[in-house]
Design a binder for this molecule. Sequence first.
Ligand code: SF4
Ligand code: SF4
Length: 56
Amino acid sequence: MTHVINDECISCGLCEPECPVNAISEGDDKYVIDAETCNDCGACVEVCPVDAVIAE
Ligand code: SF4
Ligand code: SF4
């Protein structure tokens, strides 16, 4: 299981500084999570205003 950012993302950037392992970065049309780096801590889920971060 890993965390991913879906198409609901509005690129607000709130989640990026919350990630303890810097797995989140700005992509072309939304923010993205590097699956190799993400440790599934869930911190990004808490701050997203549109619930775009989901556990898959
Ligand atoms: Fe970073 Fe944790 Fe979100 Fe993974 S679940 S992207 S480690 S904040
Ligand atoms: Fe996208 Fe949510 Fe992150 Fe904002 S907090 S950049 S809407 S995933």
